[in-house]
Ligand binder design. Structure first.
Ligand code: NAP
Length: 345
């Protein structure tokens, strides 16, 4: 491929269920000569996020669905390799909506979501700015803050070893809470307790996970940091204490079923417990908290520097072509911590 040939995934059809062959097409396209006000970014790391799957569906979402035939939307980090923009010098590291592609043209077509130029030198590894010091770390920080987690609370965190959950649980520990994780498999549960410092972790792949969760929360649940939805959230609802708070961060158990007219997976039979227990549920989007990114990153960076925050990442090598298979890892739980695809060195 030539220097100016971009390989990009274009969405050809909306997935039915999990992303499948034929939904995306990898195409090679020449990048035109830059004009004033444009920069060319070589993508280095692509962030794989459960919401990628939401963006593929034509539903009433928080952003418009990716149009058919458009380049798949995605967050990532890249390096400016050509520039006719004063604010984006050659060699700068940028992050934001770079797309599922090798080269990203940064210009005023990105006005609603412009790329951010990261500080030089970076105060941490690049990959952390898509994870613990990036949008997923900030999501954890905001969700814990909104739920007003405090000393003595029992908090349950689902997808406990994922990018958001792992950080959320550790922040809750810093605030003095008793933290119970829910994760898939013995290895993740062991990791949550021995490495992330959670007080307990329940394996949702075992047949008696509900009993285990009951035993791990003998005094009920004050806060639910909800990443999963479905039967897990439903059981947690049934154990809420009076005045409990739910930070509704995500419902990954449903995203593969968000098709037009399709059935959603997660009927919540215990939703009435919100009334019985005078509980509050707050859905939130990190995108609305741009004004708090600085504060969150300063806090998380401080914990990291003091050795009080552990973060994991799963980096899939194999270039841009690895992105669709990597997305599946989020839905079958193969990732530990933040999932990234290395697009280029
Ligand atoms: N509100 C916001 O602004 C915002 C921002 C970022 C992310 N989110 C949401 O936060 C959640 C976590 O995102 P993330 O990026 O940190 O992903 P992640 O937790 O790193 O990866 C997803 C994990 O979800 C678990 N999972 C998948 N399907 C499941 C199911 N059916 N039942 C139980 N667990 C399941 C898997 O872990 P196990 O192996 O443990 O099953 C998997 O590793 C997602 O719901 C996402 O949409 C929200």
């Amino acid at each position: 491929m030539g220097e100016r040939t971009n390989r990009a995934f274009r969405l050809r059809q909306r997935p039915e269920g999990a992303l499948a062959d034929g939904d995306l097409e990898l195409v090679s396209e020449e990048v035109p000569e830059l004009r004033d006000g444009q920069a060319l970014v070589r993508n280095k790391l692509l962030s794989l996020d459960p919401t990628n799957r939401i963006w593929m569906s034509d539903i009433r979402g928080y952003m418009p669905p990716v149009p058919i035939d458009a380049v798949m939307r995605g967050l990532g980090i890249g390096e400016v390799v050509e520039s006719r923009r004063d604010d984006m010098p050659l060699g700068a590291t940028v992050n934001g909506f770079v797309g599922w592609q090798e080269l990203c043209l940064a210009d005023d077509s990105q006005l609603e979501a412009p790329l951010t130029v990261l500080p030089d030198p970076l105060p941490g590894p690049e990959s952390a700015f898509l994870g613990a010091l990036g949008h997923t770390g900030v999501t954890a920080y905001i969700g814990i803050d909104l739920a007003e987690v405090s000393d003595g609370d029992t908090i349950v965190v689902s997808a406990a070893c994922g990018a958001v959950g792992s950080v959320a649980g550790q922040i809750a520990k810093q605030r003095g809470a008793r933290v119970v994780g829910i994760a898939g498999g013995p290895e993740k549960c062991e990791h949550a307790v021995s490495v992330l410092g959670f007080d307990a972790c329940v394996d949702h792949r075992t047949g008696d996970w509900r009993d285990q969760l009951d035993r791990a929360t003998p005094d009920g649940i004050d806060v639910d940091f909800e990443n999963v939805g479905g039967p897990i959230m439903d059981h947690v609802l049934g154990r809420l204490n009076i005045g409990a708070r739910i930070s509704l961060c995500g419902m990954i158990a449903e995203y593969n079923t968000y098709n037009e007219g399709g059935e959603h997976a997660g009927a919540l039979t215990n939703i009435g417990q919100l009334i019985m227990q005078r509980a509050t549920i707050k859905g939130f989007l990190v995108l609305d908290f741009g004004h708090r990114f600085g504060e969150a990153i300063e806090y998380l960076g401080g914990l990291l520097a003091e050795g009080r925050l552990h973060y994991d990442e799963t980096i899939v090598d194999g270039g841009i072509e690895a992105a669709p298979d990597a997305l599946a890892e989020l839905f079958d739980g193969r990732n530990m911590g933040k999932l990234l695809v290395r697009v280029a060195e």
